[in-house]
Design a protein around this ligand. Structure first.
Ligand SMILES: [Zn+2]
Length: 124
């Protein structure tokens, strides 16, 4: 048991990677995500691949990933860190504290940048 578990603090390691990815996809692309290029709704196998963090090739030929076409596109943070960051920012936890807890070891500046991006997107 680590110190954070002892005092009951949730950390990114407490989150399931796939569950975190599904929550982020649902937040940004809805319950039934589709192709960011042609907009067609993905079938169950393609959604499964997306939720597993794999690339999906649409019938239109465009390859996309879990966060293609969203503000999370291109992030180097993993889904647990992203969801943790979003959740803690919602609770007004100071960015320096959030940064310390991330698996990736973000800087407070990275957290501030995400706070600005999420605020601009209306997610905070
Ligand atoms: Zn398509």
């Amino acid at each position: 048991m680590n110190d954070s578990a002892t005092i009951g603090v949730i950390t990114p390691d407490d989150l399931d990677e796939t569950a975190a990815r599904i929550r982020l996809i649902t937040m940004t692309r809805g319950e039934r995500p589709g192709c960011p290029s042609c907009g067609i709704e993905f079938d169950e196998p393609r959604r499964g691949r997306l939720y597993a963090g794999k690339y999906v090739v649409c019938s239109c030929g465009v390859k996309s990933g879990a966060f293609s076409g969203t503000l999370f596109n291109g992030t180097t943070l993993d889904p647990q860190d992203l969801l943790y960051l979003l959740d803690r920012l919602t609770l007004d936890v100071p960015p320096a504290v959030i940064a310390m807890m991330t698996k990736a070891g973000c800087t407070p500046g990275t957290v501030y940048n995400w706070r600005n991006r999420l605020t601009a997107a209306g997610m905070l």
